[in-house]
Ligand binder design. Structure first.
Ligand SMILES: NC(=O)c1ccc[n+]([C@@H]2O[C@H](COP(=O)([O-])OP(=O)(O)OC[C@H]3O[C@@H](n4cnc5c(N)ncnc54)[C@H](OP(=O)(O)O)[C@@H]3O)[C@@H](O)[C@H]2O)c1
Length: 336
């Protein structure tokens, strides 16, 4: 009987996430029941949201202690009792941090067919790419000549948002942690500028004033917190804010704020709109088309940060929350 190595969320963190919040075990691989599919995990997505799920119910139910750590991923069907899937199919689903998952067929999605590497199913054509695309194109929209500000600019969503902004003819300013990452965002991703929110000598509001003296048209907010607050003060009249997530508030106790709401929204006539990537499922085909085309033409660089081995998943997630990743972080559990 093959064994299934799993990483469990042993305890819900109250402060910062540590390795002590996880435990590893091995159990026998389950047989799929009626309508179920047995999947071998190949690649797991590492997302800032993995940490947010530990805080309580959001757009999905909260995680609980003792369960296999949840995570989206790609895997290969080993055995299927659902007519829609057959052994050998590559599928996506909430596979969790484990080598094998048994899921109901209606919680499994066939992989969007594409020519690139399998990993593109989690980066360019996965949640990261779709979030960047819909959260920019279909939420605030972006026009040539506008100034776009993007936080978590070196991460999986932010790195794509800024590049899409450039493709659309905007001036793109990133916000990221540390001088090396900021340099990389400019030199490698092609942003016009990148501001270091960790710089203790130069406050972000001063850096922003220098980089965008006329102000910001569109802010793509991945962080919430102080960066959002600083951005609100720098918005132009009628500026638009796309609220994608709040990674500065996921790992540990969030600071109060941001201040300036609703005052700044009123005086500057700002629009702030939150979204979930799934809201735009009806437009996913447009996103697949454009993202694939831009990647093929070389206008869009897909940056992937793949860590080998399931056992490195806790360290990988902690590292992502600490800003260690560049582009889309994933865990390779088994090779194709
Ligand atoms: N709305 C949706 O449907 C949807 C879907 C997917 C993702 N999201 C959101 O997209 C955002 C990015 O998530 P991701 O999974 O792609 O992660 P990611 O951007 O690849 O990685 C997270 C990044 O956040 C930055 N960060 C961490 N703590 C921070 C802090 N206190 N202040 C500022 N930056 C901080 C780090 O970069 P630095 O080195 O720059 O600090 C880190 O690399 C998250 O807010 C997530 O919730 C939303």
């Amino acid at each position: 009987m093959p064994m299934n190595r799993r990483i469990l969320l042993n305890e819900i963190p109250q402060g910062k996430l540590t390795e002590a919040h996880f435990a590893t075990d091995e159990v026998t691989v389950l047989k799929p029941g009626d309508g179920e599919v047995l999947i071998q995990t190949l690649l797991l997505s590492q997302d800032a949201a993995n940490r947010a799920w530990m805080q309580g119910a959001t757009y999905r139910s909260a995680l609980s202690s003792g369960q296999v750590m949840s995570s989206g991923g790609l895997g290969r069907v080993v055995e299927s009792n659902d007519a829609r899937f057959a052994a050998g199919d590559i599928v996506a689903g909430d596979l969790g941090w484990q080598e094998y998952a048994v899921l109901p067929g209606n919680e499994v999605a066939a992989q969007h067919p594409h020519q690139g590497p399998l990993s593109h199913g989690l980066s360019l054509l996965g949640v990261a790419g779709l979030t960047a695309y819909h959260g920019l194109i279909n939420v605030p929209g972006i026009h040539a000549g506008e100034v776009l500000l993007v936080s978590a600019a070196g991460g999986s969503v932010g790195s794509l948002v800024g590049q899409i902004g450039k493709i659309k003819g905007a001036t793109v300013i990133g916000v990221a942690g540390g001088p090396e990452k900021c340099q990389w965002v400019v030199d490698t991703l092609g942003f016009d500028a990148c501001l270091d929110y960790k710089d203790t000598q130069s406050p972000l509001r001063d850096q922003l004033k220098a980089a965008a003296p006329e102000g910001i048209d569109v802010y793509f907010d991945n962080t919430g917190g102080e960066i959002l607050q600083t951005a609100l003060f720098a918005m132009k009249l009628n500026g638009r804010v796309s609220c994608c997530g709040a990674v500065s508030m996921y790992d540990g106790k969030p600071l109060p704020g941001p201040y300036g709401i609703p005052g700044l929204l009123v005086t500057k006539r700002l629009t702030m709109k939150g979204f979930l990537v799934s809201d735009y499922r009806h437009l996913d085909q447009d996103a697949f088309h454009d993202l694939s085309m831009w990647a093929r033409s070389g206008d869009l660089m897909v940056v992937e940060d793949i860590i080998e081995g399931l056992d490195n998943a806790p360290r990988g997630l902690m590292g992502l929350l600490a800003g260690e990743n560049r582009g889309k972080r994933m865990i390779r559990v088994a090779s194709e």
